[in-house]
Write a protein that binds this ligand. Structure first.
Ligand code: GDP
Ligand code: MG
Length: 600
């Protein structure tokens, strides 16, 4: 089809505002997928996504539409709906000329509405506001239009009203995409092939499949291609388009079109999102498309198999998962308390949960997760610089000149009646207040600058509970800032419990120290020697707890000669001992370590 009849667009929305439902309706109403073939939410393809109702991995769909006697091709490029995947969102938006901004007319603007619109504006897209869920009695699309104009600064005089559920207003959306979203622009001076990779995933049969937008030139089967950033070269086995969730091979794709390529690529690390595909041999003449950065992990934690015999299985699982996930970082670790496992890096907390979930469901592993940490930049006294992701990597204080931690811009939308407690939370988490904007329906948009370390420690759950479930939030990384950060360590009878070390702000250290020592005091059973639990910064002890010694005789409870009962008790005690870790001469149950990791 001629370029003038192609429309490349995506749908952006806050979670639950109806993006997937609208996408399904568009596929159905353009006849791309027959109604009886509609599975719930065709574009969300992982179980986890369906269960959580969020879209993580992007997917695309091509629709053919006849309008005023012309044949149009509408390419829907779906975007992930979570802050962890902002980089992927920005790359998929870069493959489009327009975006439908879907806002729930009963809810109004939410945190991710703003975040996504910001990205769409940065990508210079034509934005079409769509007010969804107008079938609901509580919908107030006019008022929400006003809010969109006030808060996000987009003209809503031509906004469309629809119900993705009933299909009302959806034909008008299709018409509007054709009218308002520009056709791809063609730079006649550029004949050399340049393709933007906006998604790539691993297929068990075909290897990596890379989704791309043809920015310049064209691509054909059999051609030799090169990924500019990774430098890897491949022969094109198959190119094609996605129709109704199925791959349909074609022989050639030209400027403005979107499609997929299979080229016997073994890992997504060779075909990363944001990379530029060029013709092999042209690398000295053809520049990469702008905007490529490697997605780098921001959140780190240890993942350990609950059964120590599962280490090899877990290793295999990581190898397979990373074929499909270029942002996943892992390396083996041997922890005194938790045994053999892995140190891992993730894009964010959701990414971490998704991987844990997949290890459990797809690989049938029981997984123990340690407390998440961010990456710190450490300026050494000798002038060198290093980055660390785990407290145990922090050099001794006399060698450290400065420690910097990542800060985020945090946007929260909360009902006015819950503003007090939500602001208090941000302040407790060392947030620096920026602004308040009042929205419709008695809600306020609050902005803070907050250390990322504080956001990944259960911030969202706490915000939800302080707002009775009504708050939404989004954050993006701003910069790294120098702070008075210290390593908080825990000793049990003079022996350091390594997995419990954390980097915390000095002002929060006492609070954490008391909590940790308190948990350990409750969780460690009394033993034949007295147990002293101490939390310290360097050599300075800031909290300490004592567990008195007792002489515990498990057989004392048995009167007389009930041999089987005695045996059972002894066996039980032996089993209990297995799960104990000796720290110093103290037996510490693994549960005690885990309780600290979970609750701090
Ligand atoms: P997403 O997170 O943006 O992809 O949102 P979904 O498409 O998954 O929709 C979230 C929820 O809203 C689902 O329960 C949908 O059935 C419901 N929903 C979506 N659109 C409409 C609509 O137009 N009207 C009504 N009443 N419900 C809708
Ligand atoms: Mg969805």
């Amino acid at each position: 089809s001629p370029v003038s009849q192609i429309r490349n667009f995506s749908i952006i929305a806050h979670i639950d505002h109806g993006k997937s439902t609208l996408a399904d309706r568009l596929l159905e109403m353009t006849g791309t997928v027959a109604k009886e073939d509609m599975k719930a939410q065709l574009l969300d393809n992982m179980d986890i996504e369906r269960e959580r109702g969020i879209t993580i991995k992007l997917n695309s769909a091509r629709m053919n539409v006849k309008e005023d006697g012309h044949d149009y091709v509408l390419n829907l490029i779906d975007t992930p709906g979570h802050v962890d995947f902002t980089y992927e969102v920005s790359r998929s938006l870069a493959a489009c000329e327009g975006a439908l901004l879907v806002v729930d007319a009963t809810q109004g603007v939410q945190a991710q509405t703003i975040a996504n619109v910001t990205l769409a504006m940065e990508a210079d897209l034509e934005i079409v506001p769509v007010l969804n869920k107008v079938d609901l009695p509580s919908a107030d699309p006019e008022r929400v239009c006003q809010e969109i104009e006030d808060v996000v600064g987009i003209d809503c005089s031509n906004a469309l009203f629809c119900s993705a559920k009933t299909g009302q207003g959806v034909p008008e959306i299709i018409k509007r995409i054709i009218e308002q979203v520009p056709a791809p622009s063609v730079d006649e001076t550029q004949e050399r092939m340049r393709l933007l990779v906006y998604d790539s995933f691993y297929d068990n049969y075909r290897g990596v499949i890379a989704m791309f937008r043809v920015v310049d030139g064209s691509i054909s089967k059999g051609q030799k291609i090169r990924f500019k950033a990774s430098g890897k070269e491949f022969i094109v086995e198959e190119i094609g388009i996605m129709v109704g969730g199925l791959r349909k091979p074609v022989s050639r794709l030209s400027v403005g079109e979107v499609g997929y390529v299979c080229a016997n690529i073994k890992t997504v690390g060779d075909a990363r999102v944001g990379d530029t595909i060029i013709e092999a041999g042209t690398e000295n003449e053809v520049e990469a498309l702008p905007g490529y950065t490697e997605a780098t992990p921001m959140v780190f934690c240890g993942l350990f198999p609950a059964e120590s015999g599962d280490f090899e299985n877990m290793k295999t699982a990581f190898e397979r998962l990373s074929l499909n996930d270029a942002a996943l970082f892992y390396e083996p670790e041997n922890s005194v308390a938790l045994g053999l496992g892995f140190r891992c890096g993730f894009l964010g907390v959701l990414h971490m949960e998704v991987i844990k979930d997949r290890l459990e469901r797809e690989y049938d592993l029981d997984v123990v997760v340690t407390a998440p940490s961010v990456e710190y930049q450490v300026q050494m006294s000798d002038g060198t610089e290093t980055t660390i992701q785990f407290a145990n990597m922090l050099p001794p204080p006399h060698k450290v000149a400065e420690i910097r931690e990542p800060y985020c811009l945090l946007e929260m939308i909360v009902p006015e009646e819950h503003m007090g407690p939500c602001m208090e939370l941000a302040t407790q988490r060392r947030g620096v207040y920026r602004t308040t904007n009042f929205l419709t329906q008695g809600r306020a948009l609050l902005e803070y600058e907050v250390p990322m370390a504080e956001i990944i420690r259960d911030f969202f759950a706490e915000l939800k509970s302080r707002s009775r479930g009504y708050a939404s939030m989004d954050y993006r990384i701003l910069d790294y800032r120098s702070n008075d950060l210290v390593k908080l360590e825990v000793d049990i009878n003079q022996t350091t419990a390594n997995p419990l070390a954390q980097i915390v702000h000095r002002s929060r250290a006492l609070q954490f120290a008391k909590k940790i020592t308190g948990i350990l005091q409750n969780e460690i059973p009394s033993q034949q020697i007295k147990v002293i639990i101490q939390a310290r910064i360097g050599t300075h002890i800031i909290s300490s707890k004592l567990i008195k010694a007792v002489r515990k005789d498990v057989l004392a409870k048995c009167y007389g000669g009930d041999i089987t009962r005695k045996k059972k008790l002894l066996a039980k005690q032996a089993a209990g001992k297995k799960k104990m870790q000796a720290i110093g001469k103290v037996n510490v149950p693994s549960e005690a370590i885990l309780a600290v990791i979970k609750k701090t």
